[in-house]
Design a protein around this ligand. Structure first.
Ligand SMILES: C[S@@+](CC[C@H](N)C(=O)[O-])C[C@H]1O[C@@H](n2cnc3c(N)ncnc32)[C@H](O)[C@@H]1O
Length: 278
């Protein structure tokens, strides 16, 4: 197989079929926001996202893996003058997103495309976004390095990459790690996911030249946290990724946010200037 072919041989077709088949089920249980880590009142989580990703008035954002644009519409309603380009691999989701955008009067702020996020630097203008964000969508990629390259290409100097996702947990106990790996494989198979390895993602982000601003667990007040009840309901109702035995079960993932900035000076010898120009 040629090198170019390997590069583009990603998981997108399978993800597309998965969401075309199951979006109705997701919406029935999750509503318009298809995220597992959330608060009971999901608006609290979306407000937190606005704060944490530092979405600001007048910014131009790219929502990579947007679902039916539930989050994008909320952000447009709550941050003035933002423009969000949003893409999903699923045409079923893209159609639903169009209705949601229209019904919420956000047609001048949110723009949906049925596109593969690996191709954002072919589809959208280069160096034109203040922030590219992924809300529990990055982990569907099995070409994560190429995806981070594409994000770099569409970000303005000074623009941010924001990823909220699940990452494989680590244990220094060999047996525990084996179980974590097994349970992650089951989740990957059920959801067409490739649960990211945090260290690999951070290595790529840093070697690309991004300034890593933070990695952290989303800081929501525990009393508002939803405790993954919706995800469990979804699994039990539709038999997708259902946990069949709690024997030897080990919680396999960490939910984390990564926030990184493309330096204004794209030159390693000028890196110190990044902090002066901020
Ligand atoms: C768990 S859902 C999250 C949706 C949305 N971010 C939200 O918070 O409601 C994952 C999303 O990633 C999208 N996705 C996965 N792989 C993609 C790809 N290669 N290109 C575009 N979107 C993709 C799916 O279509 C789906 O919309």
């Amino acid at each position: 197989m040629s090198k170019a072919k390997v590069l583009y041989n990603n998981n997108s077709e399978k993800v597309r079929a998965f969401y075309n088949d199951h979006t109705e089920k997701f919406l029935a249980v999750y509503g318009n926001i298809i995220q597992a880590f959330r608060t009971d009142n999901v608006s609290i989580y979306l407000d937190y996202t606005i704060k944490s990703a530092q979405f600001k008035k007048g910014e131009h954002l790219l929502d990579a893996g947007c679902g039916i644009c539930g989050p994008a519409v909320y952000f447009a309603e709550n941050v003035s003058d933002i423009r969000i380009d949003a893409c999903t691999i699923s045409e079923v989701q893209a159609e639903k997103a169009k209705s949601l955008i229209k019904n919420s009067n956000q047609i001048e702020s949110v723009f949906i495309l049925n596109e593969d996020y690996h191709k954002i630097d072919k589809v959208y203008n280069l160096e034109s976004y203040d922030c590219v964000y992924f809300l529990e969508s990055f982990g569907h990629s099995n070409q994560k390095n190429m995806l981070i390259d594409a994000c770099w290409n569409v970000l303005k100097p000074g623009g941010r990459l924001y990823i909220k996702d699940l990452f494989k947990r680590l244990s220094d106990d060999e047996w525990e790690q084996l179980r974590i790996d097994q349970i992650c494989d089951q989740i990957d198979n059920a959801y067409q996911y490739y649960i990211p390895n945090l260290n690999e993602v951070l290595d790529k982000i840093r070697s690309k030249g991004f300034v890593l601003n933070f990695v952290k667990i989303p800081e929501v007040d525990l009393s508002t946290f939803e405790h993954l009840k919706i995800s469990n309901d979804f699994q039990n109702l539709f038999d997708i990724g259902k946990i069949t035995s709690w024997d030897d079960y080990i919680f396999p993932i960490d939910f984390l946010e990564i926030y990184a900035t493309k330096p204004i000076k794209d030159n390693m010898k000028d890196m110190h200037l990044y902090f002066m120009n901020k």
